[in-house]
Write a protein of this length. Structure first.
Length: 245
C-alpha cells in the first residue's frame, strides 16, 4: 500500500516541480533576473548637395543589447538588440525633405541594414578597424561597451531612403536613390554620403512635430495609396507609418 502511494506521488511531485520551474521562468522573464542590458547610442548623419548648396542632418538612435542567463533560455539564442529611434530627416531649402528610414530593412528589395546591423559591420568592436569588414562581429551585451568609432556607410548597406515633395502629404513620397539623386532632387544634385558613429547625445524624438500625419488617427498605418509614385517605384511595396520609428 505504502509503495503504491510513493509511486503515485512521484508523478505529482514531477508535475509540481515542472509548474514551479515554469513559474520561475515566467518571473525571470518579467523581472529580467540576472539579465545583462547595455544601451549604446549611435548618430546617423546624411548629406546631399542641391543647387550647389550642401545640406546635412543627423539623428540619434539607441540600441539596447540584452543577454539572458543560459538557464533562462528555452527557445532562441538568448540575446537581443532592441532599437529605439526615429527616421533621419534632412530638410532642403525649397521645403522638400529626405528621410533615412532606420527601421525599414525590408521596405525595398536588396541588402539593407538597420542600426544594429550597420554597427556590427562598420564600427570598431574590441579594437577592430572601422569600415566594412569581411569578417565582422555581432555586437552583444558582452562586448557592446567596446564599440567605438565613426564610419562612412557604403551605398550598398544604406537603410532605405525616401524624398517627400510635400512633407505635409505622405502620398508625395518617392524612393530616393543615392546613386541617382537627380531623379528626386533635380539635375546637379549629389549624394554626399552617410555616416554612423557612437555618441553620448540623447536619442532623437518628436518626429511627429515634423510629420503630424504620423499620429493622425484618420490616416491608416499604410500610407501608400493606389497610384502613388512610391508604389510604382517600389515594385508595389507600400510605405507604413511604422517605418519612421
Amino acid at each position: 500500500m505504502k509503495i503504491g502511494l510513493i509511486v503515485a506521488a512521484i508523478p505529482v511531485a514531477a508535475i509540481v516541480a515542472g509548474l514551479v520551474w515554469i513559474a520561475t521562468l515566467i518571473a525571470a522573464d518579467k523581472y529580467k533576473w540576472s539579465w545583462l542590458e547595455v544601451p549604446i547610442r549611435y548618430r546617423l548623419t546624411l548629406s546631399v548637395e542641391v543647387g550647389g548648396v550642401a545640406y546635412t542632418s543627423s539623428t540619434v538612435a539607441q540600441v539596447t543589447y540584452q543577454e539572458m542567463p543560459a538557464w533562462q533560455v528555452i527557445n532562441g539564442p538568448g540575446i537581443a538588440s532592441l532599437y529605439q529611434g526615429q527616421a533621419g530627416i534632412l530638410k532642403l531649402g525649397d521645403g522638400r525633405m529626405i528621410c533615412l528610414l532606420l527601421n525599414a530593412d525590408n521596405l525595398v528589395p536588396g541588402e539593407h541594414y538597420g542600426v544594429p546591423g550597420l554597427a556590427d559591420r562598420l564600427l570598431s568592436i574590441r579594437g577592430s578597424l572601422t569600415g566594412p569588414k569581411q569578417k565582422w562581429s555581432i555586437i552583444t551585451a558582452s562586448n557592446a561597451l567596446t564599440v567605438t568609432g565613426t564610419s562612412d556607410i557604403p551605398i550598398g548597406l544604406l537603410p532605405p531612403m525616401i524624398a517627400l515633395d510635400d512633407p505635409a502629404d505622405p502620398s508625395s513620397a518617392h524612393l530616393f536613390d543615392p546613386e541617382h539623386p537627380e531623379r528626386s532632387l533635380g539635375l546637379g544634385a549629389r549624394f554626399l554620403g552617410a555616416q554612423i558613429g557612437v555618441t553620448n547625445d540623447p536619442v532623437s524624438h518628436d518626429i511627429e512635430k515634423v510629420f503630424p500625419w504620423l499620429t493622425d488617427p484618420s490616416l491608416p498605418q499604410r500610407l501608400s495609396k493606389p497610384g502613388d509614385p512610391f508604389l510604382r517605384e517600389n515594385q508595389g511595396r507600400p510605405l507604413y507609418k511604422a517605418f519612421f520609428y
